[in-house]
Write a protein that binds this ligand. Sequence first.
Ligand SMILES: *Cc1c(COP(=O)(O)O)cnc(C)c1O
Length: 225
Amino acid sequence: MSTIAEALRRIQDRIAQAATAAGRSPDSITLVAVSKTHPSESVLEALAAGQVVFGENRVQEAEQKFPALRPAHPLLRLHLIGALQTNKARQAVRVADIIESLDRPKLAASLAEAISREGQKPRMLIQVNIGREPQKAGIDPDAVEDFLGLCRETHGLDVEGLMCIPPAEGDPTPHFRTMAAMAARLGLKTLSMGMSGDFETAIAEGATHVRVGTAIFGHRPYPAG
Ligand SMILES: *Cc1c(COP(=O)(O)O)cnc(C)c1O
């Protein structure tokens, strides 16, 4: 068994344990294997081990790796999880099944236009700047409800949930808890939160998707930009 396959099994075990401890079904949590910076060979190893949901943070890298894998792997699903420039909206709509980084009105408009031109309609998550960090992307927590209305009513986007990256320092628990309360209040079913260092905490607080890179694929060979 490859080390990627072993790592996937360990992570799935930890997900199942965290879910059970929280009184949740392990099936209610989807592991998004974040393969950014890692080569297609690593993605293929993960696919061979049964992993079908992947995350990439750059459109160009996603285009280089994923369309070629789809014919042989029809269950493959790709999540875009990184900052998205409006001039990449059309490529993003073509390459992704879910865009997790819907983070500003201008991007919502560009994605709506791209969807109408491409005839493909990825599902979307609104990225929330849960720690209100000035350097970080995402909608201010107080503005999420209005932004959700804009995305759905003005742009017809298929928004099904929320995503966040909590502050690097400090306990993420209160941030995860606020996210879960917000998703429940807005009737949103998908909650993407938790990475290699904190996915068990995120599951305890209600994450439906955890985005794990390093703990599966090892350290990234170069910074992910
Ligand atoms: C890179 C990345 C991850 C994965 O982080 P790890 O610490 O390697 O698990 C998760 N979410 C986002 C948005 C990322 O950019």
